[in-house]
Write a protein that binds this ligand. Structure first.
Ligand SMILES: Nc1ncnc2c1ncn2[C@@H]1O[C@H](COP(=O)(O)OP(=O)(O)OP(=O)(O)O)[C@@H](O)[C@H]1O
Length: 687
């Protein structure tokens, strides 16, 4: 038999099994629908037991339907032929036939582990591992690894070599795909690591960190359904573009109980993708800001009255500015969140008024403490003063107050340099002018910090809030059971504090690559990270060493950008060669637009799939304009920070030196941009 017909014969064998799986899937779907309908009937009987049973049935039926209705693409993708003579098919979910025998084993089940872990050195009783490629219900390819040739029966056919290579050479498309069929051993170890504590996954560009983190989330949800199903799993990544890029991976595996949020969307009620210039982001992200914000809260609100006068039984009682300052200071010294301290503020003011009244006591004026406190405490003028002097605070409002350089300088004394105060005040002044719509990603962490420092506004004033900033989620942030942080090397200390609040009782998966860092002070971030994870006892670390994204030619070029900054051992090795070197062009300042266009059009012609044009953050709009008439949905023009974590089939990097110069981490930022392409890389250097 020729090689091609052998392959066709094996495809036919697998097609038979795949047909059985889909037929059974239809039966299960009908059964689940019937159960759902029946549960509605139960509900009509309306006894508490019936209602309870109805809820359990409905929940179960809906969950089953959700799993069965998830994308059918890639439902069956693997097969193991074991030394026992049995064959086990592996799929996106587990399916049994009517006799309760396995038709398909869920990739996360222990029985499927050998699919990822068996090697020729340790075959784990696996003779042949087969990757099955389907287009919907149609088997289109099979590809085998023979792991134990000596044990293979003589009629066992072994087809093709390398499902992984085939997967890596295919063009990638708009969104990331799941890799269940080709997860590699080192990746599988990280995916299947125990849930508890902190699991850290590091590795260079394209080593599959994001893919591994998402598959780990799916694995944990399957294995720890009870613990993680309720409070859920939170996945945090760098930008909305990135979140949208990875958004299909978990649903394609039938997992919907995962919240994906970009760093600018972590706080309910405020979502932003605006990015500060690197210097401003550096100051906003520094842990020194915790103290600055604490101090800012001790200052009187800008409109607070600075004296209070009232007539009481013929005497004039007056609290002057100094006295009010002293009272405010004492209240803050006692601690507590200002929004929960208004009653204490009232008590302190009344006490001060009493002390004054006592000093004025004479024949005509004999005040009584309890009486004075209750009488003045009930007066409307006292309440008006109290509300103005100790108002309900809102985090965004407090941050906007800091656009006043004098106020900010007061809060930042000996913490920030004058130039840093200037940078911040300017940034918040422009946000105040935009009536608050221009908050940046770095501001979100500050607003979250303030929320914690201030406390929830008093109930009665919530309706009259000056801005729509009430969170949907309660102020209790400890709700997630597992938190996944992607591109963790870029989190600022303030962002570590923010995400730490989301997982005080959670287990963690932390994914990143220090070499790609865009945060300039790793030591400061490490301290904040340690604080965010305080109390976690189990720490385990996995390092991924193979770059599956870039061709070796592209990665060689990209790694040149950082080779003198890092230990060569920290760089991964790329597994694919294409024989195509990066296309490096020079262009004069006047010719840059034309050369960029030329290069982008060339990539569009030569590559299938997505084309990314990556440039400096500051020239992003200019470069977009150069390409605005190119009518191609495959083309994206992004700034260097937006390219974090992203992947394109072909990439043009425009102005590499400018890109490095713009970032506070220099050539590390360039390394990120240069390592985004799977097939073709072009570099355009202004001469
Ligand atoms: N085992 C695998 N099988 C098939 N494709 C894989 C495998 N591992 C990784 N890939 C692919 O390699 C590419 C890079 O993966 P991913 O984005 O997860 O890497 P990363 O380490 O997060 O990269 P970076 O640090 O540069 O953001 C993706 O297209 C991913 O699907």
């Amino acid at each position: 038999m020729s090689e091609a017909s052998e392959k066709q014969a094996e495809i036919a064998v697998e097609q038979e099994h795949v047909d059985r799986v889909y037929a059974r899937l239809d039966e299960l779907r009908s059964e689940a629908e019937a159960m759902r309908d029946k549960s509605y009937e139960y509900g009509r009987e309306a006894t508490p037991e019936a209602l309870n049973e109805r809820d359990v049935m409905l929940h179960h039926a809906n969950r089953t339907l959700q799993a069965l209705n998830a994308e059918s693409e890639g439902l069956v993708f693997g097969r193991l032929d074991l030394g026992t003579g049995d064959a086990v098919h592996i799929g996106r979910l587990g399916i049994r036939d009517q006799r309760f025998d396995n038709l398909l084993v869920d990739w996360r089940a222990p029985l499927a582990a050998a699919f990822y872990q068996a090697t020729p050195e340790h075959p784990q009783d696996v003779i042949r591992r087969r990757v099955i490629r389907c287009s919907r219900e149609q088997v289109i390819d099979v590809s085998d690894d023979l792991l134990a040739p000596d044990s293979a029966p003589s009629d066992m056919r072994v087809i093709g070599d390398g499902a992984l290579m085939a997967a890596l050479t295919r063009s990638r498309g708009e969104t990331m795909r799941n890799i269940v069929a080709t997860i590699q051993k080192e990746q599988d170890e990280a995916i299947r690591a125990p849930e508890s504590g902190v699991t850290e996954i590091t590795g260079g560009p394209g080593t599959g960190k994001t893919a591994v983190a998402l598959h780990r989330a799916a694995y944990l949800l399957y294995r720890e359904q009870r613990r993680l199903g309720g409070p859920g799993v939170l996945v945090i990544g760098p930008s909305p573009v990135f979140m949208s890029y990875i958004s299909r991976v978990l649903p394609s595996m039938g997992e919907h109980n995962v919240e994906l949020r970009a760093l600018g969307e972590v706080l309910d009620g405020l979502g932003t993708s605006n990015i500060d210039d690197p210097r401003t982001a550096e100051v906003k992200g520094s842990s020194r800001m915790v103290k600055v914000l604490r101090r800012a809260l001790r200052l009187a609100p800008p409109d607070a009255p600075d004296s209070f006068k009232l007539y009481y039984r013929g005497a004039v009682l007056k609290l002057e500015a100094d006295e009010l300052k002293r009272i405010r200071r004492n209240l803050h010294n006692k601690g507590g969140q200002p929004n929960k301290t208004r009653m204490k503020a009232a008590d302190a003011l009344l006490e001060a008024l009493w002390q004054q009244a006592r000093g004025l006591a004479g024949d005509d004026f004999q005040p009584d403490r309890d009486r004075l406190i209750s009488e003045i405490g009930e007066r409307i003028e006292f309440h008006r003063f109290l509300v103005a002097w100790w108002p309900a605070l809102y985090p965004m409002q407090v941050l906007r107050w800091l656009s006043d350089p004098e106020r900010l300088a007061g809060a930042a004394r000996r913490l920030l340099a004058a130039e840093e105060v200037d940078v911040l005040a300017k940034s918040w002044a422009s946000i105040a002018e935009s009536s608050g719509s221009d908050w940046t990603v770095a501001d979100v962490a500050l607003i979250d910090e303030l929320r914690m420092l201030i406390g929830p506004p008093p109930k009665r004033s919530r309706r009259a809030e000056p801005e729509a900033e009430q969170p949907r989620r309660a102020v209790n942030y400890d709700e997630y059971a597992h938190v996944v942080i992607d591109e963790a090397q870029d989190l600022s200390p303030m962002q570590w504090r923010m995400v730490g609040r989301r997982g005080r009782h959670a287990s963690w998966t932390i994914v990143g690559d220090p070499v790609q860092s865009s945060w300039p002070d790793p030591a400061e971030a490490a301290t904040a990270r340690a604080e965010a994870l305080i109390g976690q006892r189990n720490h385990r670390k996995f390092t991924l060493r193979t770059n599956y994204r870039n061709s070796a030619e592209i990665f060689d070029y990209a790694s040149n950008a950082v080779c003198d900054l890092v230990d060569p051992d920290d760089l991964p090795s790329a597994v694919r060669t294409t024989g195509i070197e990066p296309d490096v062009r020079e262009a004069t300042a006047e010719g840059l637009a034309a050369t960029t266009r030329e290069s982008a059009l060339d990539l569009l012609e030569r590559a299938e799939g997505t084309i990314g044009v990556i440039t400096t953050m500051s020239r992003r709009d200019e470069v977009r304009a150069w390409l605005s008439d190119v009518d191609e949905s495959r083309l994206r023009v992004v700034g260097s920070l937006d390219s974090k974590g992203m992947e394109y089939d072909a990439v043009a990097v425009v102005d590499p030196d400018g890109l490095a110069a713009e970032s506070t981490t220099g050539r590390r930022a360039l390394y990120v941009a240069l390592s985004r392409a799977t097939q073709l890389l072009a570099v355009i250097k202004p001469s």
